[in-house]
Design a protein around this ligand. Structure first.
Ligand code: DUC
Ligand code: ZN
Ligand code: ZN
Ligand code: ZN
Length: 483
């Protein structure tokens, strides 16, 4: 047993002074002054907050992508997560072209055996066929995956077209699954990339110019409206700009179930990172969507405050400088991705809570509770309650931590947040009731994490379904108002 003594328990809706007792991987008791049975390990949480461990629903660990394999695998990615107060990650299982989802799932289970914290998967739909239609049901019912990812960008590789989105969203609605969307107009991106290269712009700044906010705003609106036509909810990953945020807020005001996920990178880093910087500096920050002008950051913060955006993630997809240099001659070949898994919680606390933008309860909401609810694993995850998994972070709001690549757990040779001074950091992280990280020392080992199954939701719109036309077009739109 472990007793966390003297802290303030913080859930997304309520905080109170209580000790917390942990046994058998679960949280078993709360109280103002709990007794420690013989043999109990006591953690002093005086002056600290005791919060549900973070959940990062957007990682790409050991992903083969753009001619490279992302450098943080499930072992090092999840160890970094634990050191930063995150106790669960959800990674994207992406089948190779023509590969079945079932085979891809087995590949991901193999790669993720090394995970040090709990984990789950989203499954990517990268084409449409009877096989995909059939396998989606197995993915939901047998593998416990209730989310399907769609790329509207990466033309010629992962991108799906509007008819494929329609079919897959309708299938998701039927299965009680939630479609996720990478919303950028891939046709326009490819077109702009060609023009920029023809004009002689080959460096990383060309990456940002080829993916302006309108490319994301258009695709976000399109995904949301296609979702509305099928009756499906939809979750927009890495919402990075005002145009995309406005599309989400507008749809929610109309009664649509739409969720948005800003990344810690887009909240804190801006497009100046690509201007008048060394090639390496800019290329290390190449990700999709790219960093935006500052005005977009204010929109994202406003969304987190008002609730029109619900989740802060990282899209952790780390490449070394050497890997980035694959694109020295052509920005289209720079592997897309940045890190952040280890730093998300201290950065968000510093820039969000210490600045007065978020309350500590809102911090728990956007790092843990909201996504646990969206993924249908609440209150097992995302809440400190009797019977919940003992994934707990003891958070010292006065701890100083300056981010330096040389101290990080991530395997890459730089950190896009180098030099950021964080105030607020985990002193102890419990994962599955065990001390995974304490006072700067990592105790978790590879393989300590467990695969988390997520049950489907109640189907929203059930219609006769065949693989070619998964449902009849929706007769009811906008929250049940019949036209
Ligand atoms: N964006 C990235 O930057 N990396 C991985 C995939 C993605 O969509
Ligand atoms: Zn993406
Ligand atoms: Zn991603
Ligand atoms: Zn440094």
């Amino acid at each position: 047993m472990i007793l966390i003594r003297g802290g303030t328990v913080v859930n997304h809706d309520h905080s109170w002074r209580a000790d917390v007792l942990v046994d058998g991987g679960k949280t078993v008791a709360f109280g103002p002054a709990l007794d420690a049975p013989a043999g109990t390990e006591v953690i002093d949480a005086g002056g600290c907050y005791v919060m549900p461990g973070g959940i990062d629903p957007h990682t790409h660990l050991e992903l083969a992508f753009m001619g490279s394999v992302s450098a943080d695998d499930f072992e090092w990615g999840t160890k970094g997560a634990l050191a930063g107060g995150t106790t669960m990650v959800v990674d994207f299982c992406i089948p190779d072209p023509g590969q079945s989802m079932l085979a891809a799932y087995q590949d991901w289970r193999r790669k993720s055996e090394k995970a040090a914290c709990d984990y789950g998967f989203h499954m990517a739909v990268t084409s449409w066929s009877k096989q995909v239609f059939d396998e989606m049901e197995i993915v939901v019912k047998t593998y416990g995956i209730n989310t399907f990812k769609h790329f509207m960008a990466y033309k010629g590789a992962l991108m799906v077209n509007d008819d494929e989105l329609y079919n897959s969203f309708a299938r998701c609605a039927h299965l009680g699954a939630l479609p996720l969307v990478h919303a950028e107009n891939g046709d326009v991106v490819a077109r702009m990339q060609e023009s920029l290269l023809e004009s002689g712009m080959t460096g990383p700044e060309g990456h940002a110019h080829s993916r302006p906010p309108l490319v994301e705003g258009e695709a976000t609106n399109r995904a949301i409206m296609i979702a509305d036509m099928t009756g499906s909810p939809v979750y927009i990953v890495h919402t990075s700009c005002r145009e995309a945020h406005e599309a989400i807020a507008r749809a929610r005001a109309n009664g649509q179930r739409v969720f948005g996920e800003p990344l810690i990178q887009h909240l804190l880093l801006d497009a100046d990172e690509y201007q008048n910087k060394s090639w390496d500096h800019a290329a290390r920050r190449v990700m999709s969507p790219p960093f935006r002008d500052k005005r977009h950051q204010e929109s994202l913060w406003a969304g987190l405050q008002s609730g029109s955006l619900q989740v802060v993630a990282t899209d952790h997809c780390a490449f070394t400088t050497e890997q980035k240099r694959l694109g020295l001659e052509d920005f289209r070949k720079i592997p897309n991705g940045t890190g952040g898994l280890e730093d998300r919680m201290p950065l968000l606390w510093t820039a969000g809570v210490n600045s007065g933008r978020l309350t500590k309860e809102e911090f728990v909401a956007v790092t843990s509770a909201n996504i646990a609810r969206i993924l249908n694993i609440y209150p097992r995850k995302g809440r400190l309650a009797i019977g919940s998994d003992a994934d707990i972070v003891v958070w010292d709001p006065s701890a100083n931590k300056t981010i330096h690549a040389k101290n990080q757990i991530s395997r890459i040779d730089y950190n896009v947040f180098e030099g950021f001074a964080c105030v607020g950091a985990p002193v102890v992280t419990l994962s599955g009731g065990r001390i995974a990280f304490a006072k700067g020392e990592l105790r978790a080992e590879q393989g300590d994490g467990k695969y988390v199954e997520r049950p489907p939701f109640s189907p929203i719109h059930v219609a006769n379904s065949t693989w070619k036309q998964a449902t009849a077009p929706k007769a009811v739109s906008r929250a049940g108002i019949t036209p």
